[in-house]
Write a protein that binds this ligand. Sequence first.
Ligand code: GLN
Length: 200
Amino acid sequence: MRVGVLALQGDVSEHRAALADLGVDAAPVRSVAELAAVDAIVLPGGESTAIAHLLVTSGLLGPLEARLRAGMPALGTCAGLVLLASSIADGRDGQPALGLLDVTVVRNGYGRQIASFESSTELAGGVRVPTVFIRAPRITEAGDDVEVLATIDVGDGVHPVLVRQGPVLGASFHPELTADRTVHALFLDVASASHAALSN
Ligand code: GLN
């Protein structure tokens, strides 16, 4: 299975380094040809409106959407989660919501005072994962097909921060900015299982 990282804007090198820690040499994806060469993709954190704009100008938006709809495994972190959501409560006019995750997100939804903060969350099985939130999207609604893998309580309610729908994972936080590799390892597990199923 060949893994790529969408490399138009954002923390591409951090994701590639995280995957390298797990023995995966992830290819940067900047063009339709580079997209065609990968079986699974990471959509990094950064600025979702900038990434969306570059997806349009690079001609990647349609082909990426088609691959994702055909079942390509994906991990979106922060801005990447915004791109994968079905609804962006405060998106810019025309900002695409690819709709691979049936969630509503509010961009920068954790407020100004706590716009960037560190915390941790617990996955099933009691694994604690450190979380870094930087102007993070808040997931305010999740559909029935969305599995909530982790939540955070910042004092005004419990919100999902790691979700999965089929072969697609989304995180409000940045697992690529800590040394913990739990989320990337989970993505590789999900991706290789669904890649094996697709190739059979
Ligand atoms: N607020 C940014 C956006 O909407 C995401 C921030 C991030 O990826 N750290 O794209």
